[in-house]
Design a protein around this ligand. Structure first.
Ligand code: NAD
Ligand code: DAU
Length: 370
């Protein structure tokens, strides 16, 4: 990975130590690694509940490198536990918080959203309260482009109204509003990042790219929702981390920053690219019944973050190839989940069983997609 980021020049004082919540998840674990590598004086405390999506082994590379490991502390716990968070902030003299902790999968939120409310809304509130009580100097809330809702044309600006359409995005939008309220009401230094669809190593194999890579590697069908023409803006995980880093270091209090890859692609284009890299036939693609309320297109105007020095650096084809190689080289990381984890098997059956057995036409007729 490049280490000459424009956004790292003229480095202002970075608050340390940093509390990174959700740091054992996909983006959080890359952020921890990136920040420890780029900032030799930085200490990080990770707080993570280790839900199905979080794993301590996601921090194994950091823990294997003594110069990084000695600056990292891991704490198992829930952001919604105000007493625990308060104690941690006090004991560790935490200077700033970056909150990645969340329930993150749209399809799961369509089955049942109570965990989304408990973490993405109540958890964020509890974290804000504790951070305020302990005079944390900066708080970055990691949010998503999904809060804007579907955009048929053009690109969402930070000043656009939020129109979330899934239980997941509604919970993230609520958190954005609460975080902004802490700026307005109490003058807390809160900034919000709204990132686009992120891909790279260590993403849980329920999301489009890792699910389709792992299915294709095992010659299993790739369930593409609807007509496959929904558009997402793809952002490499390291670029997402660089954007959050720029906001942590230079973001204004009370401001929102879009972090995107300027890389809009249909799901079908992404699927074909995966199959092409792995060398598997397009016959593996199955068009299945659509996700209910499926947002057609996301796109972000990132000019505000670019003024902070953010610029995506990873070419999509190269980033995707590198991601495929990672899954090919780390089969133990995902095979145990896909084949042995009972909860994952149950989720997969609920989400895809009928879709794959019946095909899109049969399901559309019966109305029993879910
Ligand atoms: P992920 O699902 O891989 O990881 C989430 C992490 O949060 C896990 O380690 C989990 O154990 C932890 N966690 C969940 N509930 C918790 C709680 N109550 N207390 C403490 N830890 C808890 O998620 P991700 O894809 O890395 O996303 C991280 C953040 O970035 C989320 O806030 C998400 O909304 C946002 N985001 C993700 C994307 C994307 O494409 N993945 C894009 C934009 C924004
Ligand atoms: O846009 C940012 C968001 O990106 C994040 O906030 C979310 O946390 C993250 O999960 C992601 O949400 P999406 O719903 O866009 O990601 P997902 O990988 O689930 O789906 C990407 C697209 O692929 C979407 O249009 C639905 C489609 N899809 C997904 C799956 C899992 C399929 O066609 N088939 C599938 O099996």
């Amino acid at each position: 990975m490049a280490t000459t980021d424009a956004c790292l020049q003229e480095t202002p004082q970075l608050p340390t130590p940093l509390l990174v919540t959700g740091g054992a998840g996909f983006i959080g674990s890359h952020f921890v690694e990136h920040m420890l590598l780029m900032h030799p004086a930085l200490r990080i405390v990770v707080l993570d509940k280790l839900t199905y999506a979080g794993r301590k082994e996601n921090l194994a590379d950091v823990e294997a490198e003594p110069s990084l490991a000695k600056r990292l502390r891991f704490v198992h716990g829930d952001i919604a536990d105000r007493a625990l968070v308060g104690e941690l902030l006090k004991k560790e003299h935490i200077a700033a918080v970056v909150n990645f902790a969340a329930e993150t999968h749209v399809d799961r939120s369509l089955h049942e959203a109570i965990d989304f409310l408990n973490t993405d809304v109540v958890g964020v509130y509890q974290l804000l309260v504790a951070a305020r009580q302990h005079n944390v100097s900066r708080f970055v809330q990691v949010s998503t482009d999904e809060v804007y809702g579907s955009v048929e044309s053009g690109a969402s600006k930070e000043s656009d109204p939020m129109e979330p359409r899934s239980p997941y995005s509604a919970s993230k939008a609520a958190a954005d509003l609460m975080a902004l309220a802490f700026f307005t009401s109490y003058g807390m230094h809160v900034s919000i990042t709204r990132g686009s669809n992120t891909y790279g190593p260590r993403q849980f194999p329920e999301k489009l790219i890792p699910l389709f890579i792992t299915n294709a590697l095992e010659d299993r069908p790739l369930p593409l929702y609807g007509d496959g023409k929904n558009v997402r803006d793809w952002l490499h995980v390291r670029d997402h981390c660089r954007g959050i880093e720029a906001v942590l270091m230079r973001g204004e209090a009370g401001s929102i920053y879009n972090i995107g890859g300027d890389c809009g692609k249909t799901n079908l284009e992404v699927t074909e690219a995966i199959l092409n890299i792995i060398g598997k036939p397009t016959a593996l693609i199955r068009f299945v019944q659509d996700r209910p309320g499926h947002d057609r297109r996301y796109a972000l105007d990132t000019s505000r973050a670019r003024r902070l020095g953010f610029q995506p650096q990873t070419n999509f084809e190269l980033g995707l190839r590198q991601t495929v190689l990672w899954y090919r080289d780390n089969v133990d990381w995902w095979k145990s989940v896909i084949h042995q984890d009972k909860d994952f098997r149950a989720y997969y059956e609920r989400q895809y069983g009928n879709r794959l057995r019946n095909g899109v036409e049969a399901l559309a007729e019966s109305g029993h997609g879910e």
